[in-house]
Ligand binder design. Sequence first.
Ligand code: S3P
Length: 435
Amino acid sequence: MKKYIITPGGPLKGEIRIPGDKSISHRAVMIGSIAEGETIVENFLISEDCLRTVECMRLMGTEIEFIDGNLKIKGKGLTGLSEPGNIRDVGNSGTTIRLLMGILSGQSFKATLTGDESIRRRPMGRVVEPLKKMGAVIHGRQKDTLAPLTVIGSKLKPIDYVLPIPSAQVKGAILLAGLYADGETSVVEREFTRDHTERMLEYFGAEIRRIDSKIILKGRPKLRGQRVNVPSDISSASYLLVAGTIVPDSEITLRDIGVNPGRTGIIEVIHRMGGNLEVMNERIVSNEPMADIKVKFSRLKAVELRGSLIPRIIDEIPAIAVAATQAIGKTVIKDAEELRLKESDRINTMVKELTRLGVKVEELKDGMIINGGAKLKSAVSRSYGDHRIAMAVTIAGLIAEGRVVMENVDCVDTSFPHFADTINKLSSKPLIEII
Ligand code: S3P
């Protein structure tokens, strides 16, 4: 397994474009596969997770080619997928398994999905329950709540569903299943979450509308293949945005970042912390908002983060926790118990790793309290196989008093291939060595 040896230093300076958005890349492959005609995906995220989705769709008969860095998908239409010849392994990808269950529910065949050890621990009942209400037949471990899961395609009926937890994956799975139901499927979300599924379905021609917190989709649409230009991933950008604010004298410009309103909490948090961050050149590309973001080294202050902001920063909390170690005052994060159900228990793993770096941090049931103004120590850190923990702690290593070793960084490839090279390119000397 690969490791990073992080030698503190800096500044980080320059202008870069980082890899494509993970959430949007998954959706482009799935929706492109069930649309009619050709879909071209530009700036597709070629990462472990997204390649699992490509493999799943290929196993159901979709022709997908990589041409000049773009993805070319020959759509099979809503009912053109075929029974896979084997069970499918989604690796570490929660988005693949959860969204795909929505599509599989409406097919005329049976398919079994499984994943790595982390996926087989993560809760799937939240998706299984509404899909069963639509008429899906799903069997799995622990009363159908854990993978491996077998989905027996069935005739689906529309439902009106109020999401018990804010989750774009659950919302997305129901909407994708709703494509196969006659009539209108609706999902109510009490807290706004990333609306990539809604935007992409609309872009491919589905009839979908939002009235306040309710999303309404008309079943059996004719989806037509499109050219999708994937913005760069704001969750991957968050490590660079935080690094830019905490590494002295840094100034980084990130081009073409996706600024979906369900994902921009990180920008609001850095602003509230007093960070020098500018959003420029906002535009809409392939029905998604995109912008350039410039960040500079800043004196940060502590903030309290809770409530409806949490789903909008859920993947960025590890990076935000690192920024909080350098802020003046105590940062409090609450209402974030969902973090315990991610690739690792991110409350527990972040608290452990920040403590190892010498930060005073208190674990709460639903979050953490981080004491700012910390001097970070040299340490041998663990990733727990979780890409976001690996990258957040690596960023912290850039301002530590001595070298930080981050063990087992293979997981970084699930979302941000060439992460270490990207950081190194922004510095006059290499800061991260991969061994
Ligand atoms: C995602 C939704 C979020 C997020 C995950 C990607 C998506 O998960 O944490 O990384 O692409 O829909 P939940 O739906 O479980 O909140």
